[in-house]
Write a protein that binds this ligand. Sequence first.
Ligand SMILES: *Cc1c(COP(=O)(O)O)cnc(C)c1O
Length: 472
Amino acid sequence: MSIPLLSPIKHPWITSFTQNKEQIKELLSQYNSPINIHNMVPFEENFKDFSSIFNKYSLDHKIYFARKANKCVAFVKEAKKLNFGVDTASYKELLECITVGLPADHITLTAAVKAEKLIRLALEHNVPVVIDNLDECELVQHIAEEMKRSVKVGIRLGGFLYNGKYLYSRFGFSPKNVVNLITDYLGEGNKFFRLRFAGFHFHLNGYSPTQRAEALLQTIACVDQLKDRSITTRFIDMGGGFLINYLENESQWENFHHELKKAVLGESEPITFRNDSLGMHLIDGKLHGEPKVYPYFNKKPRALFLDEILSYKNSEGIPIHSLIKDRNIEVRIEPGRSLLDQTGITVARVAFRKRDMEDTLLIGLEMNRTQLFSSSMDFLLDPIVIHQRIDADAEPVTAYLVGAYCLEQEIILKRKLAFKQMPQIGDMICFVNTAGYMMHFYESEAHLFELAKNLVAEEDRGAFKVVPDEDY
Ligand SMILES: *Cc1c(COP(=O)(O)O)cnc(C)c1O
């Protein structure tokens, strides 16, 4: 039986790096399996891709890399080198940016929970703070008074109106009453006189450009109301959530959905572990909903996504980029995943092969599920299989990849995969494009397994020099 393929887009560095079997094998024996390998070339390309759109509209802009999407300090160092910013969400993330030497105006602090120690660090270094609620205003005011400083703040907005309904968010102040909050509470002569309003911030869930555009229009309305009361807004930060396109081929993507539905309905052989529906519901023989997965294939990633937002028009037909430019506002974004597109791979060693009680082939990897884990139902990309020896006469096999945590559900990918030949012990499986969230966000140390080693590979005349992240 043939199973649907999902071929990932591979940056040239990934193609050349994975050709060097011996080097990868050595790295695995040096650092243990699995390893995460990063390369900085696509990081710069992705950054330039975003800036090109802002430059097209001659917009003042700043790009802050959302640090939480990957743990490597190498990206912070690279951001400094390329002169862009970093969005931080914890004490350690902030401290690291300061230690690396990013200037204060290239750092923003959006942490969902801000402990006193974190605020003190931000204030000490003049890092602007994005405020989410009144308790935070109190705390920041209190610490600022103590330190005899004032602090630039961004005000987080949430709960925008979209198609006649409010988009739920647990974050931020409502655009309906934020103007009064700012005029009545912030700045000179008010309760929170140490807080200097500098701009607005929001970050929306999901991947809708039109929701972001509508949110921008409502934010601009707030800017105008503030202007009437002589308060200047210097920036609007629209957060992250810019799509990546992971897949080469739209027809593979559609075919996968088609085949998955057939399989779940029992009309063909399963293509997922134990016929997992990836979040669809089978009720009385009918399938409901769509697989709850990231749109791995999409036609408007990154720059195109940003362009769609900025060229969206208000009810008078004026595009957002003009509205922003006319008001002399700096527009900011905080992309995480999309800046990391193509910057990382994860490689694990094959430890065993077995047939389960249903005669399904399982390939055991020296890694666990949290080392390749997303909030989406599955990571829908075919890995690169690095066989130590190619056997031209071998029969192809299909199998599932399983990991080291002792749970029945410890399946690395839920999809059934096709192999040109039976994987041997010591063969290597390379997961492509894992730097954004996949490798780090959920990684845990259950069973006292060590965390995967993070490495940075730099290409020099066709060869790769590989160093630990901390030495980059
Ligand atoms: C997570 C987050 C981001 C980054 O989101 P991506 O989807 O990785 O681009 C940016 N800003 C805030 C406030 C976030 O919470």
